[in-house]
Design a protein around this ligand. Structure first.
Ligand code: B12
Length: 343
């Protein structure tokens, strides 16, 4: 009789093996690993939060360090999704708790973290309506009216989506459904979630499971509800987004002559970076939190440096937006704080 070695999630080398499988596009291999772990009695929750989520974080680091291409990251994520689906297919828990709607805010494409959350809540006995990526606010509200959930779990992984998250949170609460927020877009410790009026925040799926199992809905102090936090500076930046980006692009070409040699792909990605500068600035103005912008600049600086782009290019990019916003003191101060991040 052959003895198949038992697999433990704590095996040294397992995380590297799984990373290699997703990085090589080995879908069957990745599914075999998670299936073998389930066969050996490893809790599905641990496979999802430790192995799959942990691997995705490493995928992100490899992409940011320019070691993996965007295509390799996309392929790896698709395989992680497949492995997650294989784990979910092996579990079957009858709902014993309430009903939860899970959605990514408008313009938010990071669906995998919410998929993990969905499976974790299902395993804890929730009936889950998983709406996935990029859910426009009005459609979310229609869904709530049709299904009557006890809670909405709203994800925002990128801070640029915070104004939309605020609109969604406000609309859900106005429809009488409390909101738990999550995702790194809500900032360290979820501090922006509180500013935007969410009823609760959780750092990850495990914490969300615990949070929703106890004392839900929350009976704490009602956070202040306001439909809109933007001021005239925020409104100006959002209304003139296209103009700010295109003017910045032409000023950038004058100030940074190396750009004249750029091919179309390089020009496109520079335009994308300029768009991010404007969008993160708008989010920082909306929430009145400079760190939203400074964290983004520090992160962009490291990503660009990993790709051999000199720091001066980002500095010039910030200047070319700032010179258009001289009459806007809050925006200028945020841009200055961003520039100070570029070492
Ligand atoms: C895969 C991926 C993508 C894929 C997503 C595909 C998909 N189907 O999900 C695609 C290609 C679409 C993508 C696009 C972008 N991405 Co991306 N992406 C990632 C990556 C590599 C993995 C994401 C993931 O699955 N993580 C695994 C999960 C499980 O990790 P987690 O965050 O710990 O998840 C927990 C919590 O977030 C929490 N949670 C999440 N939502 C909610 C909701 C509730 C209610 C609760 C309670 C909890 C909760 O629970 C989760 C489970 O425990 C991350 C890197 C990373 N470290 O995460 C970057 C990352 C998130 N992306 C990033 C960026 C910048 C982008 C882009 C802007 C890139 C670009 N230049 O276009 C775009 C933005 C698209 C958009 N508007 O949404 C940055 C964000 C940095 C920042 N400044 O905030 C990251 C961190 C990469 C990096 N290392 O820098 N991305």
């Amino acid at each position: 009789m052959s003895v198949v070695p038992r697999r433990s999630i704590d095996d040294p080398g397992l995380a590297d093996e799984f990373l290699r499988l997703v990085g090589d596009g080995d879908e069957y291999g990745a599914v075999e690993v998670v299936t073998a772990l389930l066969d050996d009695g490893v809790a599905p929750q641990r496979i999802m939060t430790e192995l799959i989520a942990g691997t995705q974080a490493r995928v992100g680091e490899l992409w940011a360090a320019n070691e993996w291409s965007v295509a390799r990251e996309h392929a790896a994520t698709a395989i992680s999704e497949r492995a997650l689906a294989a784990v979910a297919a092996r579990t079957n828990v009858r709902p014993t708790r309430g009903r939860v709607t899970i959605a990514c805010v408008d313009g938010e494409w990071h669906a995998l973290p919410t998929r993990i959350l969905a499976e974790m809540l299902r395993l804890d006995g929730w009936r889950v309506d998983f709406l996935g990526a990029n859910v426009p606010g009005p459609h979310l509200i229609t869904h709530l009216h049709q299904t009557g959930p006890d809670v909405v779990a709203l994800s925002c992984m990128i801070a640029t989506r915070l104004p939309r998250a605020h609109a969604a949170i406000t609309a859900c609460r106005a429809a009488g459904v409390p909101v738990i927020a999550g995702g790194r877009g809500f900032g360290p410790g979820g501090r922006y979630a509180q500013v935007l009026g969410a009823d609760a925040w959780a750092a990850g799926a495990e914490e969300a499971v615990r949070r929703l199992a106890r004392n839900w809905p929350p009976h704490g102090q009602d956070p202040q509800l306001s439909a809109f936090l933007g001021d005239d500076e925020y409104t100006y930046v959002v209304r003139n987004r296209g103009q700010l980006i295109s003017t910045a692009m032409s000023r950038l070409t004058d100030a940074y002559p190396a750009m004249r040699e750029y091919n179309q792909r390089q020009l496109d990605s520079t335009a994308e970076d300029m768009a991010h500068i404007v969008d993160f600035l708008a989010a920082a103005l909306y929430v009145s939190e400079t760190p939203i912008f400074t964290d983004f600049v520090a992160w962009t600086n490291s990503v660009l440096q990993a790709r051999g782009v000199p720091a001066v290019a980002l500095r010039v990019g910030l200047d070319s937006v700032r010179s258009q916003l001289r009459d806007y003191p809050r925006a200028s101060a945020i841009l200055d704080a961003g520039a100070a991040e570029i070492k």
